[in-house]
Design a protein around this ligand. Structure first.
Ligand code: SAM
Ligand code: SF4
Length: 374
């Protein structure tokens, strides 16, 4: 049985000696939280044990995109005329469940369902129940919340543990212009429903865009303080479908820290061994916390433990790498579980040390955020 097509459509974003399995000199700057295991990575890809890369990072978090479709068209994510995959190219629930089971047996403990908008996929509650039966520690979902309110309780009952809701403005007109469709009131109501259903603490994702919503940093900080919701400020990444990303348009996490800290003192929450991308800060007066996801200005690649399954069935080891390891063909040709395992291991083993967005050789990935699964 073949190992699955490995498509490398352009030069990788960090130099690497393809003939060797030993780590090579890195052409990217070391990351702020680089793993201390870098110098001890094993020379041969292991065929047992957890999903390990050549830099010693163990992968235990699988992000599954269950559709590339969406009912919104956020300006930083999709174009108005977005083209979607034919439905038959999406993995079926049987296929998704099978890949998740193999991943679980290799040490994956956390699943996040995303997209596109995961709640536009019919049967999502059934999918959550099927994944929950596999006994993951955590099954989370990232959503625009336009369809969440009636689904919150059924999703919780099916085994969903957490939900992240995207909301980039607390002003109705601005919300509508950033997301191009949908309305703020529906999203705020869905937040209440999610909490009532027990999907808490709720995380709220805010992508800040210079000159568009960067004047709402304090409004969102106040929202976090008043509601107890974990507001996470996300830097705009070069993953928009329109290709309009520009460094000048992102708002650095450091700036968000300074603005919030000047209004209400915030202090870092110490999390030894943290693998989550958000740096967390609590308000010193004990009222709530915020998170900063500074992917571009302060990369956290050194502790990355994530692996992605795209809606059309490819394993991707980094948002910013075009290396994709296709599983769909294998699954549909009647492969063994061992073949799926080999693709997962190879995908992780091929992972680069970091995304190198800040290096001159960086090339934007061919696929945008909603096609990969954010
Ligand atoms: N549709 C769902 C939603 O919006 O929450 C899930 C998929 S969306 C691609 C996942 C997350 O990626 C959202 O929080 C969204 O705001 C974020 N996102 C999308 N494009 C982005 C970009 N270019 N830079 C930073 N974050 C982005
Ligand atoms: Fe849809 Fe989420 Fe992308 Fe917005 S960020 S267009 S809601 S997939």
């Amino acid at each position: 049985m073949s190992d699955g097509a490995i498509s490398q459509t352009r030069e990788p974003h960090a130099e690497r000696d393809a003939s060797s399995t030993t780590p090579v000199a890195l052409s990217v700057k070391p990351h702020r939280r680089a793993s201390s295991a870098l110098s001890t990575s094993p020379p041969i890809m292991p065929d047992s044990g957890p999903l390990l890369d050549t830099y010693g990072r163990v992968h235990s978090d699988l992000r599954i995109s269950i559709t590339d479709r969406c009912n919104l068209r956020c300006v930083y994510c999709m174009s108005e005329d977005m083209q979607f995959q034919p439905r038959e190219q999406l993995l079926s629930f049987d296929e998704l469940e099978r890949v998740a089971r193999v991943a679980r047996d290799l040490g994956v403990t956390s699943i996040r369902l995303t997209g596109g908008e995961p709640l536009v996929r019919r049967g999502v509650v059934e999918l959550v129940a099927r994944l929950a039966a596999l006994d993951f520690e955590d099954i989370a979902l990232t959503t625009n919340a336009t369809r969440l309110a009636p689904l919150a309780a059924p999703l919780k009952a099916a085994g969903l543990t957490r939900v992240n809701i995207s909301c980039d403005s607390l002003r109705p007109e601005r919300f509508a212009s950033i997301r191009r469709r949908g309305d703020l009131a529906t999203v705020l109501a869905a937040m209440d429903e999610a909490e009532s259903a027990g999907l808490s603490p709720l995380k709220v994702n805010v992508v800040l865009l210079r000159g568009i919503n960067d004047d709402e940093i304090l409004d969102f900080a106040r929202f976090a303080r008043e509601t107890g919701r974990l507001v996470r400020f996300i830097e705009f990444m070069p993953l928009d479908a329109q290709g309009e990303w520009d460094r000048e348009r992102l708002v650095p996490g450091r700036e968000v820290f300074d603005v919030v800290n000047a209004a209400w003192r915030i202090e870092p929450i110490d999390e030894p061994g943290r693998v989550a991308p958000a740096e967390r800060f609590r308000f010193a007066d004990g009222r709530g916390e915020i998170g900063l996801i500074s992917t571009v200005t302060e990369p956290f690649c050194g502790t990355c433990n994530r692996l992605r399954l795209t809606a059309d069935g490819s394993i991707r080891n980094c948002l910013f790498s075009d290396d994709e390891h296709s599983l769909r063909r294998l699954l549909r040709e009647g492969c063994e579980d061992a073949d799926i395992e080999r693709v997962l291991r190879r995908a992780v083993w091929a992972k680069f040390p970091g995304h190198a967005i800040n290096e001159p050789e960086f090339l934007r990935p061919h696929r945008s955020m909603s096609m990969i699964g954010g």
